[in-house]
Design a binder for this molecule. Structure first.
Ligand code: NAD
Ligand code: GLY
Length: 368
């Protein structure tokens, strides 16, 4: 198993980049970076938690491969994904004399990856960076596709850039230390890919459920690889989200409403998305885009990975207002991503959303 290494490519012309996926990738990271000619001066940017688990291994493999390495440790958590932390990264790079031929390594979850990517995008007008994601969510979603950002007090991810990494190195062995709730949150995004793009993958997830829950390396590699492939395909078609890339927001409009009404931090993002996906599926059923059985199957798969699926009890008007605040509203009409059966999706305007949502939430979501 230690030697199995899968490779995908995100095909973006002269900015195309590889994604490596394996078990034990961190042990050979120095070699891998050497083989692709990564800058010789590297800063590993990570958090205290992740540094505690993986900082030493990564530092050692880079030093062994002849890199000049420093480590920048930034505080953990969404509440630190801001200008203050960004400035800390930039200060360290300036103080340590990093020039345009140096590179950054984002070692951590989506928070670290988004911030390091943004720092790389703006430092000296852009330097190389590589993603080394350590949460399931970062491995299947945020490390691929080049969205980088920090939060603003008035909203999440408001300040950022599209800036692609040079490569992505995914070590599924790092998931062994991930809290189970974080693992489940990542599974919500994995299941999303099956619902919107790939029915076979959706069915495969149900079959591999035990292997995934036990973190069988083979199941993890297969699942992360297919997820990254789907995300890469979407990004290749619409890198800057002019339209098509927004299919990745399936379940997110209602999910964001849940996150904001409950207060950020109450639900993990993936948990809120799980609830949002069941609501989106139920809306799709009411619009005759999918069957009662499809809704039940989506719900059951999410539950089998310990994800919440029932919307918390807020007033419909509050849900509607929170959904209207989401970025997808154009001229007062909400365009939602809805599933057509399982494995396909479409954008649809939902003019009488309040009525439909009222029916959906009052009736309770179908259980098949
Ligand atoms: P996170 O980065 O906050 O990580 C979650 C927690 O897990 C943290 O406490 C972290 O220290 C810990 N952790 C990380 N790896 C670990 C490991 N291997 N072992 C033990 N603990 C570990 O959360 P996340 O869910 O990875 O990322 C969420 C962020 O990703 C949000 O800011 C969101 O906006 C962003 N995001 C970006 C994109 C994108 O396309 N760029 C897509 C989705 C989400
Ligand atoms: N996570 C959504 C996107 O990358 O577009």
């Amino acid at each position: 198993m230690a030697n199995r290494l899968e490779r995908l490519t995100v095909g973006l012309g002269d900015r195309a980049y590889p994604i490596w996926i394996g078990h034990g990738v961190l042990d050979r990271l120095g070699e891998a970076l050497q083989a692709v000619d990564f800058p010789r001066q590297v800063a590993i940017v990570t958090s205290p938690t992740i540094a505690g688990y993986y900082g030493e291994i990564v530092l050692q493999t880079l030093v062994d491969a002849g890199f000049s390495v420093s480590t920048i440790v930034i505080p953990d958590g969404e509440e630190h994904k801001n200008f203050v932390t960004l400035q800390k990264i930039l200060d360290a790079l300036i103080n340590q004399g990093f020039d345009r031929s140096s590179g950054l390594l984002a070692l951590g979850g989506g928070v670290i990856g988004d911030m390091v990517g943004f720092a790389a995008a703006i430092y000296l007008r852009g330097i190389a960076f590589a993603q080394v994601p350590t949460t399931l969510l970062a491995q299947v979603d945020s490390s691929v596709g080049g969205k980088t950002a920090v939060n603003h007090p008035l909203g999440k991810n408001l300040i950022g850039a599209f800036y692609q990494p040079r490569h992505v190195h995914i070590d599924v062995a790092t998931l062994a230390t991930l809290p189970t709730r974080e693992f489940a949150a990542g599974m919500a995004e994995v299941i999303k890919y099956g619902v919107i793009c790939d029915q076979e993958f959706f069915l495969d997830l149900a079959e591999q459920r035990e292997g995934l829950r036990q973190q069988d390396p083979e199941s993890l590699i297969r699942t992360v690889k297919r997820s990254c492939q789907i995300k890469a395909n979407v990004v290749e078609i619409d890198e800057k989200e002019s339209s098509f890339r927004a299919i990745l927001n399936f379940g997110h409009t209602f999910g964001h409403a849940v996150e904001s009404l409950a207060g950020y931090g109450t639900y993990r993002h993936g948990e809120a998305v799980a609830i949002g996906m069941v609501v989106a599926a139920e809306l799709s059923r009411r619009l005759e885009l999918c069957s009662l059985q499809d809704v039940a199957d989506i719900r059951e798969l999410l539950v089998s990975f310990d994800l919440p699926v029932d919307p918390p009890a807020y007033a419909i008007a509050d849900y509607i207002e929170a959904m209207q605040r989401d970025k997808k509203v154009k001229e007062g009409v909400l365009r939602l991503v809805l599933n057509r059966g399982i494995g396909d999706c479409l954008f649809q305007e939902v003019p009488q959303l309040d009525l439909l949502l009222t029916e959906t939430l009052k009736a309770g979501i179908s259980r098949g």
